[in-house]
Design a binder for this molecule. Structure first.
Ligand SMILES: [Mg+2]
Ligand SMILES: [Zn+2]
Length: 185
């Protein structure tokens, strides 16, 4: 069914953007919202953006944690945000890894960033206009997925992985954190 691609959205990486990246975060106890993120997401909703989380979760492929474990944490995150007035519009994750995956998870999929598969699914399912939308990530693979999907602005934040020269060159701009980006929208 053709959908009107009229919604503007913010595509959000999870680790290093929403929560502190301590590496393969899989338990509620390890999940800490970065300061100011929830307040910023409230503002983003007020500014009319859909909020769509796009996250690579190769910890599932590698057998570090189960898909059920991930989904339990995701539900907790979703409820924690909803409790504060932030309803996420979509959460997309890739459980695969091309070389390190175990069993069915060893797959050269189209969803693992830098591939744009998760974004393309969201764009179709949520009627997103990429020319009005932005992506916020902490790694070059986040930016590459956004650029390939046609997202207008692809930003890096300094709250996650260290910013590389390559990342700086590819990013529309680099900001201290998610809140700084929402403030200027
Ligand atoms: Mg990240
Ligand atoms: Zn995948």
């Amino acid at each position: 069914m053709p959908s009107k691609q009229s919604n503007k959205a913010i595509f959000l990486d999870r680790d290093g953007v929403i929560n502190v990246d301590v590496g393969y975060v899989a338990a509620v106890d390890d999940f800490k919202f970065i300061d100011g993120v929830i307040e910023a997401l409230i503002k983003a909703k007020q500014k009319g953006y859909l909020l769509v989380v796009i996250t690579n979760q190769s910890g599932i492929a590698r057998g570090y944690f189960s898909k059920e474990h991930f989904l339990t944490l995701t539900q907790w995150m979703d409820w924690s945000l909803a409790d504060r007035g932030v309803d996420l519009d979509g959460i997309y994750y890739c459980p695969h890894h091309e070389t390190k995956g175990i069993g069915d998870y060893k797959l050269a999929c189209n969803c693992r960033k830098p591939k744009p598969g998760m974004l393309l699914d969201a764009i179709g399912e949520l009627g997103i206009d990429v020319t009005q939308s932005i992506l916020i990530g902490d790694k070059i693979s986040d930016l590459q997925a956004g650029i390939t999907a046609g997202v207008k602005s692809n930003y890096l934040v300094r709250t996650g992985k260290e910013i590389t020269e390559e990342g700086r060159a590819l990013a529309t701009a680099v900001f201290d954190d998610l809140a700084s980006i929402i403030d200027m929208l």
